[in-house]
Design a protein around this ligand. Structure first.
Ligand SMILES: [Zn+2]
Length: 368
């Protein structure tokens, strides 16, 4: 396992490659972003917005998918306030929200004073698909990502809303399998690194019927193009930095996790609105040898808020903490036993990266 010489990302991350300096994809993106004329990019967004305003749409100008997290709150503020669009916020309901998650979503809608629609997927379907994604792929949140992308775009089609605005393009910002320069269109978000090549049909057995998966089915690109619905990444037009989004929304009522950062986390405000996410991210540690501490220190490294030396220490201090504080909820929700959980952990633990020493598993490679 080798690590980027500029940040702390390892070469086990899918899609990563180091250049002759030993820099990873995301560190090269940092250099690309520094050269972008952000004033001109903002003008490009303003042109899209002007066209929409001229068309005088009967319902809404724009859908912003929101969780109540710092990024989506910021996104919705840009579109509703700075751009003056009539925004409909759409949330894919978290089945096990945290109190901070509930408070943030409520405060956000009050703060922005926008209409808000919540989509709650039939729990039995949601649980079964999540369970299979966990047991077969070690990635339960695949189900969330699929349902979010598809339900939001389907809502835009149904209500004839001409624009959907997502946050950042993860492949560009953080480096991933899909190599591309920053692009405005998010039409292929259903094939992003969070989804890859699978579709919801890969999870249908006798227990889930096609009748139950409307919100998981992404429409044909043809149909989308004909409908005139545009789907874009705000991060293409506005320089993206999570910590700045946090600074923006904390003045407006956003709260981080009241008990401090979750186990293994460096930040207390990142992805803490629901309880099922941490195990999903921790599985990256089993498979690829890194998870929250690496991701979160990298955000700050890419934005010159940490030194590499500080990040190395934080990663080595935090990454062996286990995200088991909501494990009972996780087992109950997925209708699995602790034994099934442990078997799945064992199945997805990459034995090339882990050694069994003195009765416990240890990561072989530490960043230095
Ligand atoms: Zn890097």
């Amino acid at each position: 396992m080798k690590f980027c010489s500029s940040c702390v990302m390892p070469d086990t991350k899918p899609g990563i490659w180091f250049d002759e300096r030993g820099y990873c994809n995301a560190c090269r993106t940092k250099e690309v972003k520094a050269k972008i004329d952000w004033g001109q990019r903002l003008e490009e967004l303003e042109l899209i917005v002007e066209d929409i305003k001229k068309a005088n749409h009967p319902f809404y100008d724009c859908i912003v998918p929101v969780s109540g997290g710092k990024d989506s709150w910021y996104q919705a503020a840009v579109l509703a306030e700075q751009m003056g669009l009539k925004v409909l916020c759409v949330t894919l309901a978290a089945h096990l929200p945290t109190t901070e998650g509930i408070d943030n979503l409520n405060n956000m809608i009050k703060d922005l004073n926008v209409d808000h629609m919540k989509i709650t997927i039939k729990p039995s379907t949601f649980k079964k698909i999540r369970q299979k994604c966990f047991l077969r792929q070690g990635e339960p949140n695949w189900a969330e990502h699929c349902a979010m992308f598809s339900s939001v775009i389907n809502t835009a089609l149904i209500y004839e809303v001409p624009l959907v605005v997502w946050g950042e393009d993860i492949a560009f910002e953080f480096g991933g399998i899909q190599r591309s320069d920053s692009k405005p269109s998010a039409i292929a978000i259903d094939k992003s690194d969070l989804i890859k090549e699978k579709t919801v049909f890969d999870w249908l057995d006798d227990d889930v019927s096609e009748r139950d998966i409307f919100f998981y089915k992404y429409p044909d690109y043809d149909k989308l193009e004909k409908s005139g619905v545009k789907s874009i990444y705000l991060g293409h037009f506005v320089k993206w930095y999570g910590r700045q989004n946090y600074d923006f929304v904390k003045e407006r009522g956003f709260v981080g996790r009241r008990a401090g950062p979750l186990p293994g986390n460096f930040l207390d405000y990142d992805n803490m609105d629901e309880k099922l996410c941490e195990i999903n991210i921790w599985f990256k540690y089993l498979k690829f040898g890194f998870w929250r501490a690496t991701d979160q220190t990298c955000y700050d490294l890419w934005n010159d808020k940490l030194t590499r030396e500080e990040a190395v220490k934080i990663v080595n201090d935090l990454q062996d903490e286990k995200p088991f504080n909501d494990l009972e909820d996780f087992l109950n929700f997925h209708m699995i036993t602790r034994e099934q959980f442990d078997e799945t952990v064992d199945k997805f633990r990459n034995k090339d990266l882990w050694d069994f020493v003195d009765g416990e598993w240890q990561m072989k490679y530490k960043v230095s």
